[in-house]
Write a protein that binds this ligand. Structure first.
Ligand SMILES: [Zn+2]
Length: 320
């Protein structure tokens, strides 16, 4: 086995480890494990090291690149916190991994790492700058500018999910109203459809049928299926989410004018109409002199792992 890079993805509910040789674009091997209920930072780290040891046995990797599902202070090399798992505050994850594997390790926030993964190995290959947005249970984002992750003064750049789209909109988990996340993330879209079904009895028949007649069983997937089948209520709900995304993207494009906007996450499987509406409103919001190119992510749920490879290649001086 030739020397490989170790990529780690600490997710909120599942962990993944993979190895790849520098320059290769296929995994040598991948291991995944769920984060058990009651997990804390220590058990997460033990789980991840065990996965990595299955891949490496006693060999050392060349370097370690890590995606972490929460904010990371990359200057100090410490995790700020996890929104899912207790005990991560102030943990020096790079140092722990460096001691374990005897090589350098780089850790960054998952949306940033996924952005870098798409830039180097996915939809962003060949461009100079991109905005990556993942729309699933939340809305995360990351900037790659001139080939590097842009962290911003406080390491908080890319938080497009908490840009205000509608000051009178729903309450966001961050405490503000009408953030993009509260208008476009899966659970909020499901809740919007549920409210519409309650307020307009007789509408959304197809959606309600697909949910077995139970409003509380409505999911983003069912809304997308019903919209595809011509359900007006479902189309209205998805259009509103797409318009929120389009506004946020158009505003971001006006500020930074990236080559590309890459969209990933489960909500982006909501059909052609959803994509068309995002693109329409993005262009409508941006100045006419700007080209706003919005494309699907290419790496799916492996974007954070490939971004880990890209981080490790930066450590090794291999990033072009
Ligand atoms: Zn918010």
């Amino acid at each position: 086995l030739s020397a490989t890079i170790l990529a780690l993805d600490f997710g909120g509910t599942k962990h993944a480890a993979a190895i790849a040789a520098p320059g290769e674009r296929q995994w040598r091997a991948v291991r995944r494990a769920p984060a058990p209920p009651g997990a804390d930072a220590n058990s997460d780290i033990r789980t991840m090291i065990a996965l990595a040891r299955e891949l490496l046995s006693s060999a050392s990797p060349l370097a370690v690149g890590v995606s972490f599902g929460g904010p990371v202070d990359t200057e100090r090399g410490v995790v700020r916190l996890s929104h899912h798992v207790p005990g991560w505050e102030g943990v020096s994850l790079p140092r722990i991994l460096e001691q374990e594997f005897g090589v350098r390790a780089a850790v960054d926030n998952d949306a940033n790492v996924a952005a870098l993964g798409e830039y180097r190995f996915g939809a962003g290959q060949g461009c100079r700058s991109l905005l990556y947005i993942t729309v699933s249970t939340g809305v995360g984002g990351g900037w790659v500018l001139d080939g590097r992750i842009w962290h911003g003064a406080d390491g908080m750049a890319g938080e497009i999910g908490h840009t205000t789209v509608d000051p009178n909109g729903p309450l966001c988990p961050c405490g503000k109203k009408g953030c993009l996340e509260s208008l476009a993330a899966g659970p909020f879209v499901a809740r919007a459809a549920q409210e519409q079904l309650t307020e307009h009895p007789g509408e959304g028949r197809l959606l309600l049928d697909l949910a077995g007649g139970k409003i509380e069983e409505v999911t983003p997937k069912l809304i997308s299926d019903a919209a595809e089948g011509g359900d007006d209520l479902s189309r209205r709900v998805l259009d509103a989410a797409a318009q929120a995304l389009g506004r946020a993207i158009g505003n971001a494009a006006n500020l930074v004018n990236p080559d590309l906007v890459v969209l990933g996450g489960g909500m982006m499987n909501s059909g052609d109409r959803f994509w068309k509406e995002i693109r329409r409103v993005s262009c409508e919001t941006a100045l006419p002199q700007l080209r706003v190119e919005v494309v699907p992510a290419a790496l799916g749920n492996e974007a954070p792992l490939w971004g880990g490879v890209a981080l490790a290649e930066e450590i090794l001086g291999l990033a072009s």
